[in-house]
Write a protein that binds this ligand. Structure first.
Ligand code: PRP
Length: 183
């Protein structure tokens, strides 16, 4: 799905497919360099990270492996206490592995603060985070992201893995959803 296909649903286009792809290539080049002899285990967080994982991993020139986790965060009251639930755990043991967590977006940072702590307790050789987007104004948990695509405003964004009611994940660019769609 292209931006033009849903242009009426968007109040703003933040990034085109070309801009996102160009940034993913830059991130992949950094990862290639940093993990030159390390064959990282890339851990994607379902569902949103599917697109960034697909693009980033294919842009690498080094070998990597992929695994996936699914997380559910509770409602806002509970979420602020840092409670998230693992719906699907890794298939892979990560002790001694170089783990790279791959996310579509860092919003409050709750998901990644929890995940990084959880995975760190499994004794990987290293653990780093890659995220396509971050909302700095919404951050309330410290997240040390080594590979970041773009900082974005705290608006309701869709595309490149990010959904509204299950739709727009397959949108190639990233845009702000018009309030008329959800109000
Ligand atoms: C989104 C996103 C991150 C999380 C970030 O997932 O993919 O995992 O929210 O938010 P946080 O920084 O406030 O924790 P979501 O729960 O919407 O699930 P999805 O990936 O299946 O859309």
């Amino acid at each position: 799905m292209n931006l033009d296909d849903v242009r009426d649903d968007l109040s703003t286009v933040l990034f085109t497919e070309e801009q996102i792809q160009a940034r993913m290539l830059e991130l992949a080049a950094q990862i290639d360099k940093d993990y030159a002899d390390k064959s990282p285990l890339m851990v994607g967080i379902l569902n949103g990270a599917v697109m960034v994982m697909a693009d980033l991993s294919r842009a690498l020139t080094i070998h990597c492996e992929m695994d996936w986790m699914a997380i559910s965060s509770y409602g806002s009251g509970v979420a602020s206490s840092g409670v998230v639930r693992i719906l699907k755990d890794l298939n892979t043991a990560i002790a001694g592995r170089h783990v790279l967590i791959v996310e579509d977006i860092i919003d409050t940072g709750l998901t990644l603060a929890y995940l990084a702590g959880n995975l760190r307790s499994r004794n990987p050789a290293s653990i780093e985070i890659c995220a396509a987007f971050r909302k700095p104004e919404a951050l309330c948990n410290e997240v040390n992201v080594k590979y970041l695509g773009f900082d974005i405003p705290s608006d309701f964004v869709v595309g490149y893995g990010l959904d509204y009611a299950g739709h727009y994940r397959n949108l190639r660019g990233l845009g702000v959803l018009s309030p008329k769609v959800y109000s």
